[in-house]
Structure formats: C-alpha cells, structure tokens
Ligand binder design. Structure first.
Ligand code: 13P
Ligand code: SF4
Length: 332
C-alpha cells in the first residue's frame, strides 16, 4: 500500500522520537524531505553542526561527500544515508586522477613542495586525504576566498580541485592568474591551477538567460552561485555560496526582483514573490533529488529493527588525513 506524505511524516516523527537519531538535510533536498530535517543548512553548516550533536545516528539527506564529511569529522558517530547519491562533480576526481594532476604540475617544473593543494568540499574522502597528506586543506564556496588568501601567504602555487569554475571565479575576484589543467596554458604563469571538474547543474545557466531577464525586468538583480561559469559570474550582480545567496536574497526589499542561478528546490522556497530561477530549464540536482520521504522512513525503520542500512564508513588512513584537511579549514 502506498503511504501519503502525511502518513510517512507521522511515521517518521514517531521513529525520530523513539530513536537516538538526528535527521540532517541539505538546502537542495526536496521540500518534503527538507521539512523533516532537525538540522538544515549548506554543506559546511551540516558538517560542523552535526559534530556538536550528541545523537548516536546521523541520518544524512544529501549527497555522498557530505555524509562522508560528517563521518570523517565525527568518526564515533554512525552516519546513514537514505540514498548514497553521488555529487557528479565530486565523482570527477579520484585519488589516481589527483596524483595525475600533481604529476602534470611536476612535469611543468613545479615541484611538489611548491604546491599547496586545496580541495572544494565537493570531493570524496580519498581526495581530501591526498590533499591533507600534501599539507593542503578543504574549502567551501562560503570560505574559498579566505582560505585561498591565507594559502597564498605560503608563496606556493595552488592546485585547486575539482571545480574549475569556483577556482577561476575566486582567482578573478582576487585579481589572480588562473588556468585549467589541459587548456594549453603554461601552468607556471598561474597562481591558481584548476582541475577540469564542474557541476553540470550550475552549467545550465547562460549569459542569454541573464540578457533575457535584464530585458524583461528593467531593474532586476542577478545572483548566482560560484559553481557557475566565470562568464555568468562576471555578468551578475552578486556571486555567493548557498548560505550567502540566502542571506542576500532575504535582505532584499520585498519589491526588488531577483533571478537566481542555483539549484531549483532552494530558489523555489527562498522568497514568495519577485524571485525567479535564472534558467528556462529546471536546474535540479538529480542526485540531491533522489532522497524521498519513503527512503527516510525505511532508513529509520532499519535502525529501529537493529539492522541499519547505507551506513558510511571511511578507512582509518583516509579518515585521518581527510580530517586533517577539513580541520585545517575549520581552524581558519
Ligand atoms: P554548499 O557548500 O553551498 O552547500 O553547496 C554544495 C553544493 O553542492 C553546491 O552545488
Ligand atoms: Fe554536486 Fe552540482 Fe549537485 Fe551540488 S548541484 S551536489 S555540485 S552535482
């Protein structure tokens, strides 16, 4: 028998009250899943706030690297995910591809001791561990500029993985030289050398979309996430991470129109009026959308039955170095 959302929510609430579980949901989750979150936020908020939470289980509604980050920072917690959905960008680089990127820099004459690697939090634990072992750290889209400013003080070349757009957007904001490995540039000429990864959801926005909205509504503002292409960010009025976008849009006067270039579910619930999705296609993250209320219910039920499903585990060495890379970021 198919249960309605209302019935599923009641069953979920009952199990939440009975079990030592905190339900965590990223801003990009479907509305009905987002609504049952005890802790909601962007990827950094979720990783840090769950660290201070004392429930035995964290039930994480998001994508794989986010659940892994919670496990890495809090190895004693049991982290389960209703769906082990992958972030397509995080999947673009694994340990072998990371080593290959370092080798490309070495072949250009940049010695490993002169490379400071920084990985966007949208990467798997294996890559975070490689970065940690090389003396580098993690960043998020909220703190990337601050982390890179601090890192540059070491006078090294920055290897930025996996998101070429975030790396290049930050370089542009800071007036630094950047390139993407394989784009034909001389790597020695760049301060920030980016791996060629990207988010396909944020690639959906085009300069034509911006032109369309600016023509349609004279004083409209354009606000986008830094995973968008540099050409989109340059043509926008505001570029910010998930939480920075939320703050910016919520503080706008009620009659100010804004078109937003980021994930659909989040934009949709931001502000009742005068807020538009900056795309004619629906920019939904397919994997973020995989988690349903039924999945959450079944995951809670499995805990109640004493046989948790989809539990995240990270081997000891990876956990150690990935934690160091994450903690270097948190210390800054
Ligand atoms: P946040 O770090 O802002 O939560 O974003 C994660 C993400 O996947 C954006 O596409
Ligand atoms: Fe990954 Fe893009 Fe989805 Fe964010 S929106 S989780 S970067 S695929």
């Amino acid at each position: 028998m198919q249960l309605s959302d209302k019935e599923l929510k009641e069953k979920i609430e009952k199990l939440k009250n009975k079990l030592s579980v905190t339900v965590v949901a990223h801003f990009y989750q479907r509305d009905e899943v987002f609504e049952i979150g005890d802790i909601t936020g962007d990827s950094l908020e979720l990783a840090t706030r769950t660290r201070d939470d004392d429930a035995e289980f964290v039930l994480f509604c998001g994508v794989g690297f986010m659940g892994q980050s919670v496990k890495v920072l809090s190895p004693d917690k049991r982290v389960v995910m209703p769906k082990i959905a992958s972030c397509a960008m995080a999947e673009m680089i694994n340990g072998i591809e990371y080593d290959d990127a370092v080798r490309r820099l070495n072949e250009s004459g940049i010695k490993s001791e002169n490379i400071l690697p920084i990985t966007y939090i949208n990467s798997n634990a294996e890559v975070k561990a490689k970065v940690g072992e090389m003396g580098g750290m993690v960043c998020t889209s909220s703190n990337a500029k601050h982390i890179i400013t601090t890192a540059l003080k070491e006078g090294k070349k920055i290897l930025f993985v996996p998101d070429r757009c975030l790396g290049q957007n930050i370089a542009n904001q800071m007036g630094l030289e950047s390139c993407v490995i394989g784009d034909g540039s001389d790597l020695n000429e760049s301060d920030i050398i980016c791996f060629d990864g990207f988010c396909s959801v944020h690639q959906l926005f085009t300069v034509d979309d911006i032109t369309f909205y600016r023509k349609k509504y004279k004083d409209i503002l354009i606000a986008v996430h830094p995973e968008c292409d540099p050409a989109i960010c340059d043509a926008s009025d505001f570029v910010g991470s998930t939480s920075q976008l939320i703050k910016y849009i919520k503080e706008l006067p009620a009659d100010q129109k804004v078109a937003v270039g980021t994930e659909f579910n989040m934009v949709n619930r931001l502000r009742p009026n005068n807020t538009y999705v900056l795309s004619s296609t629906k920019p939904e993250c397919p994997t973020m959308n995989e988690t349903t209320l039924k999945d959450v219910y079944l995951t809670l039920k499995a805990i109640d039955d004493g046989a948790p499903i989809n539990e995240i585990s990270v081997d000891e060495k990876t956990q150690k170095w990935a934690k160091i890379a994450l903690e270097r970021m948190l210390a800054l």
